[in-house]
Write a protein that binds this ligand. Structure first.
Ligand code: 4AD
Length: 453
């Protein structure tokens, strides 16, 4: 039975190590041929660290084997695990049997030992998971997905599935992908259908039955924004709570984010140390601070005053009523607060129709969590639960009542205050790893003009 390299490396304290037989599998990262023997580094993706294998001339057909053991080749190695005399590793595997699964022509293999740019690696998205950085990103991404389920399940939320194909534009931005069949004249669903931009509207129906629910799935936006923070296909986590107001919502968002940070610090230590060294110096300090410091809270109106007083000029002028740009969001989180900040009570006109109107009549009970490096990481609100106000809002937003009949009925039959938010998984992974570009934290990024692989 094969053992994961992570398990092998964790197996025993080197000082207490008994010599042990193991079988490992993986892809060769490097080979150093010393004639009578060779050092072969192999990696199976389970951990950042490679396992050093020592193959020597006593192996059957050693000379021929050595011509095939090249970077990128897939192998299994059976051998004895021993304490290593070298300084770079505690353990090494002395091979007694090497099996070549798949050879890899070194003259053609694009992943050479040197460091490749992230731009180049995007062009070989089918091979880049084998690099150190991508391996670490994918392991952190997996951990954040798991931490998400853990957090909400522990709090008694139910995991529900909202549809990917939908008839409604939740955010009202009109940034939807329209669905058609290969026979374009046919309207398969009998009416226009789109890929979801958010599961929220359907999620609200489930919250108004199960009280606390969350959904976690792919989300699609045809925004033509070629930035390092936007994807056309991304994964969103959306919790929704009944009998809850904005305060409960903010507490949940803050606890969830902090839970994810702590989870990463505890369970992804090796990968985070790698990011701290090679991607963002000071990453671990930044994350530890987030884990321990309460977030700042600022109403939108106050944030505008702060931005106006800032000792710097912004590309987009600041006025009450503007939709904040990334430069404003980052100034508030990175420089003014120097920690995550929750902005609340935005002007009604720049937020979606479903947000609850505040008593001032001008603002809504919205909340965005802005974090250093990224800007907006979470967007949420308390929902408008009052039928008459919601109907007026639909009118003001020029949305047809008929399209939202079922959403309106929720306000007719046992309506309650309820609230929720959405967090983009990729932005969370950027925040946790210090990676700069959102295209490098999802295996197959979809952006305007790019849907290769
Ligand atoms: O602020 P947004 O648009 O909120 C909603 O969709 C609400 N319906 C959520 C809810 O209340 N249930 O999006 C939520 C989050 C953003 O804060 C951001 O992290 C992420 O989704 N996001 C994107 N991530 C990558 N690429 C894009 N194009 C994104 N658009 C939003």
């Amino acid at each position: 039975m094969r053992t994961k390299i992570k398990q092998v490396l964790l197996a025993k304290e080197p000082s207490r190590l008994e010599e042990k037989e193991v079988i490992v599998t993986g892809w060769i990262r490097t080979v150093r041929d010393q004639k009578a023997f060779a050092f072969i580094e192999i990696n199976d993706g389970s951990t950042l660290t490679n396992l050093q294998v020592i193959a020597d001339a006593t192996l059957p057909q050693y000379a021929e084997l050595m011509t095939q053991l090249t970077t990128g080749a897939a192998v299994s190695v059976e051998g004895i695990l021993k304490k290593s005399p070298g300084k770079n590793q505690a353990l090494e595997l002395h091979a007694t049997k090497v099996h070549l699964y798949g050879a890899c022509d070194p003259a053609r293999y694009p992943l050479q030992k040197k460091r490749h740019s992230f731009e180049f690696l995007r062009t070989i998205a089918h091979l880049r998971p084998r690099t150190n950085t991508q391996g670490a990103v994918l392991r952190v991404r997996s951990a954040m997905s798991f931490a998400t389920h853990l957090f909400f399940q522990q709090r008694g939320f139910f995991y529900v599935h909202t549809p990917i194909i939908t008839g409604s534009d939740c955010e009202g931005g009109g940034e939807m992908f329209r669905l058609s069949t290969t026979k374009p004249s046919e309207e398969f669903f009998g009416k226009p259908a789109y890929l979801t931009v958010s599961g929220q509207l359907e999620l609200e129906t489930l919250a108004l039955a199960l009280s606390d629910v969350y959904t976690f799935g792919p989300t699609f936006r045809a925004e033509n924004s070629n930035t390092s923070r936007h994807l056309a296909e991304f994964w969103m986590i959306e919790p929704e709570m009944a009998f809850a107001d904005l305060k409960v919502n903010m507490e949940c968002a803050e606890s969830y984010l902090r839970f994810c940070v702590n989870y990463a610090l505890e369970h992804c230590a090796e990968d985070l140390a790698f990011f701290d060294q090679f991607i963002e110096k000071g990453l671990l300090e930044r994350l530890k601070k987030v884990a321990h410091t309460p977030f700042a809270h600022i109403p939108y109106t106050e944030a505008i005053a702060i931005l106006k007083k800032a000792d710097r000029s912004f590309d987009f002028p600041v006025e009450w009523g503007i939709d904040l740009q990334s430069e404003h969001e980052r100034y508030l989180a990175e420089e003014y607060c120097q920690k995550p900040v929750i902005l609340t009570d935005y002007p009604a006109a720049i937020k979606a129709f479903y947000m609850r109107q505040n008593p001032d009549g001008k603002t809504v009970a919205a909340m965005d969590v802005l974090v250093p490096k990224i800007g907006e990481l979470i967007g949420g609100s308390q929902r408008e639960e009052r039928l008459d106000i919601l109907e007026r809002k639909l009118e003001a937003f020029k949305l047809k009542k008929e399209d939202y009949w079922w959403y309106l009925e929720l306000r007719e039959y046992g309506s309650v205050p309820h609230a929720g938010f959405g967090l983009g998984l990729e932005r969370l992974v950027l925040f946790i790893t210090g990676m700069e570009n959102i295209r490098d934290v999802i295996p197959f990024p979809r952006t305007p003009g790019h849907a290769e692989f």
